[in-house]
Design a protein around this ligand. Sequence first.
Ligand code: HAM
Length: 427
Amino acid sequence: MGFQKPKSTQDFLPGNTENWQFVEETARDLCRRFRFREIRTPIFEATELFKRGVGETTDIVEKEMYTFLDRGNRSMTLRPEGTAGVVRAYVENKLYGEPDISKLYYIGPMFRYERAQAGRYRQFHQFGVEAIGSADPALDAEVIALGFAFYQELGLNGVTVELNSVGTPAVRAAFREKLLGFLVPIKDQLCNDCQARMERNPLRVLDCKTDQDKFTDAPSILDSLDEECNAHFTTVRECLEAMGIPYTINHRLVRGLDYYTHTAFEYKAQGIGAIDTIGGGGRYNGLVAEIGGNDQPGVGFGLGLERTLLLLKHQEVELDLGKRTDVYLVTIGDRAQNASAALLQQLRLNGVAAERDYLGRKTGLQFKAADRMGARFAAILGDDELDRGEISLKLLATGEQKTVAINKLSEAIHTFISTEEKGNNKS
Ligand code: HAM
């Protein structure tokens, strides 16, 4: 038996990579309009960064990291998420010294050793943004709006925003006691996971899927917010309302990473098996200081791209992939075939997407290959045409055919495509 890909990873093949490119382009174009600029950081970082950044007692750090010793005996970890690395780069490159705040985005692979499930992989991809350097609640709303626009522009329906405030560490510490007062008496009724989580991270207990019915009377963190937290939360909500972003408040929303303060949010949608969270984020005001920098506030999100693509498929959204082969060069005879290398090169360098046969196929099968590729034209070259310096251009959709000079082939194709596109725009 040959080799197989690692469990819970995926190969993306042509036919599918076009969808990925489309989704990534949508993200990049939105970031351009929202003025977020791309940052690229290493796929692996010092293990300590994630312990400090994400939190020692989170599932990610306790159970899910791909950690290894490099040949110099340093403990390294494949990044399980993007925020810690971006904040590390922000500090290390002294971006806080710049006059403007840093609005950064990234698209790339993340790694978590998780149980295989629909929508859950061990290598997955995120589109993430991080805005560092301002505590303005309008920035939280801008980040939420950007993520929402991403799903809207892709044509997805039914994506909702859930919003909560997890307060400051002091607010959370007080709420923790209140919550334990509620949870301890019902401990025996809770699932094993909840019981295990209760001591270390009781807020996460509220997130449990199986025990929701037991939490109806649980205290809400929103009742424990202090004045500053309340004011921040109110402004975030007002901005979202002004922008027409629909959201619901979920006071039990707790994220799986420890760095959040104030705003926490998730994008939800149905259709990927048991999973309904497709993206999430929030504000992290203590993180930059924790990682060793000046105390700069930040806010961001990470959106799962596998989940986005699964949802697009589930909702049968037709992506406007646009690109296809313009012309397939059909050759008849050896001389024509020998001439095709130079002709293809000329076409391609002139902006035409062109292909030929490399399997010695007969004419009829070359036409079939042209159809399979969705070529608009077949350019047919035989020995006679070659002698006359001409080539036949056939529009495959209608069968219409005309003869053009070989050295004018790319112009002829461009002219045809642009008249056709003008026609389409009119209709
Ligand atoms: P997160 O909630 O851990 O947040 O992940 C964000 C998104 O990544 C999830 O909503 C999901 O779509 C996707 N995701 C996570 N794990 C997997 C997996 N195993 N397979 C497939 N998709 C997955 C973060 O990572 C934070 N860094 C987000 C953030 C940025 N907060 C502030 N800035």
